[in-house]
Ligand binder design. Structure first.
Ligand SMILES: N[C@@H](CCC(=O)N[C@@H](CS)C(=O)NCC(=O)O)C(=O)O
Ligand SMILES: [Fe+2]
Length: 359
């Protein structure tokens, strides 16, 4: 059997794992659960390793982030596969239990593991060494069952029948971890999973799941409809070219974002436009050294004051008004514009210096 190339990737915003698997011989690859905002990173890795991305696979219709499937298809020509029972539109292939997804000489087999959602799938590697369980089995936990046709009873049976029937040594790679754990095994979860260990009964599990008391994911209202279209944005907006002046992230809302650390390290490579009101600029949060105050309401009329040769980074309190400012500036003909992700709140939370402000 041809050797496997395997990488585990992480999206810190949603604590999602994306997995790259490739057949070393043919260089054919697939990605499991790519994240929209990480498509540029994933594409770079695929290209650097000299791989051909054949498929993106979804373990389920995610409620907490938007899939990168559509964007990767646009960029790399990969095809989109998702569970048939998901009802999602725009896939190239809909998967049913027992089917195989091939990449070169290797393949994954599809197992149905509903319960977290009604159409969750687990992908098992051909030699039974690895299983990608989505949110059916998490490390010492499992996906919640309180939305998207979730059912604790169904999840319990899925795990016992479809995951715990794998060899004990089979490694489990989940779709998320919220505590920094990366990998487990079937035997380990059979013994130590507090919800699903072999000593726990179905009734105990159902009782446990009914009292989780979790708030709904913050992105749920936007993520579910987007994922039912395989991550295709309504306006099909793809990021404009010539955006390599900084490590920008393109969000599903169509905004180019920049993380605070780049601005801190490269203060002379961009003009910082703070679009808050004057009392906020001089208020408790302070402002970034060198930032120029142009309140959002005045930005369109005063855009002539901005230089055309230097990229623009817009800033506000939380990153919401400054996102709108990037749209406005783009309409005014500025091509290199990015939003400071998380605004002054994140800037300060990460310990970067401000002028003015109070501690
Ligand atoms: N705080 C997170 C919540 C994420 C969440 O609810 N994740 C789902 C998977 S889509 C889950 O099952 N979590 C299990 C848990 O948190 O124990 C967010 O807002 O995105
Ligand atoms: Fe999920």
């Amino acid at each position: 059997m041809s050797m496997l190339i395997f990488r585990q990737l992480f999206d810190p915003q949603s604590s999602t794992y994306t997995y790259l698997l490739a057949d070393a011989g043919s260089r054919e690859a697939l990605l499991i659960d790519p994240v929209f905002e990480q498509a540029r990173r994933d594409a770079a890795l695929v290209e650097e390793l000299g791989l051909k991305l054949r498929w993106t696979l979804e373990t389920h219709v995610h409620a907490d982030h938007v899939t990168g499937a559509w964007l990767l298809r646009e960029r790399l020509g990969s095809r989109i596969a998702i569970g048939k029972a998901s009802g999602a539109n725009g896939a190239d292939r809909t998967l049913e239990p027992g089917e195989r997804v091939a990449f070169g000489q290797r393949h994954l087999t599809v197992r149905a593991t509903p319960g977290h959602t009604s159409s969750c799938l687990t992908y098992v590697l051909d030699d039974l060494a690895l299983a990608f369980t989505g949110d059916a089995v998490l490390i010492r936990g499992c996906g919640r069952t309180d939305f998207q046709q979730g059912s604790a009873r169904t999840l319990f049976r899925s795990v016992r029948e479809q995951v715990f029937s794998l060899p004990e040594g089979c490694l489990i790679y989940p779709a998320h971890d919220y505590r920094g754990l990366t990998c487990s095994s079937v035997g380990e979860e059979q013994r130590f999973n507090p919800r699903l260990a072999l000593t726990v009964g179905e009734g105990d599990f159902v009782g446990y799941m009914e009292h989780l008391g979790l708030a709904h994911p913050k992105q749920m209202d936007a993520a579910v409809p987007a994922n039912l279209q395989c991550g295709r944005p309504q306006n099909d907006a793809a990021p404009a070219d010539g955006q390599d002046w900084a490590p920008l992230t393109y969000t599903f809302a169509g905004i180019l974002e920049l993380q605070p650390n780049w601005l801190e390290e490269n203060p002379r490579d961009a003009q910082i436009i703070d679009v808050r009101e004057a009392d906020e600029f001089d208020g408790p949060l302070g402002h970034i050294a060198g930032a120029r105050l142009v309140p959002l309401g005045e930005l369109a009329a005063r855009s002539g004051e901005l230089g055309r040769d230097v990229p623009v980074v817009t800033v506000c309190r939380s990153g919401a008004r400054s996102a709108q400012a990037t749209v406005l500036l783009r309409k005014a003909g500025f091509s290199r514009v990015a939003n400071l992700a998380g605004g002054m709140q994140r800037w300060r939370a990460q310990g970067y210096p401000v002028e003015g402000g109070t501690d």
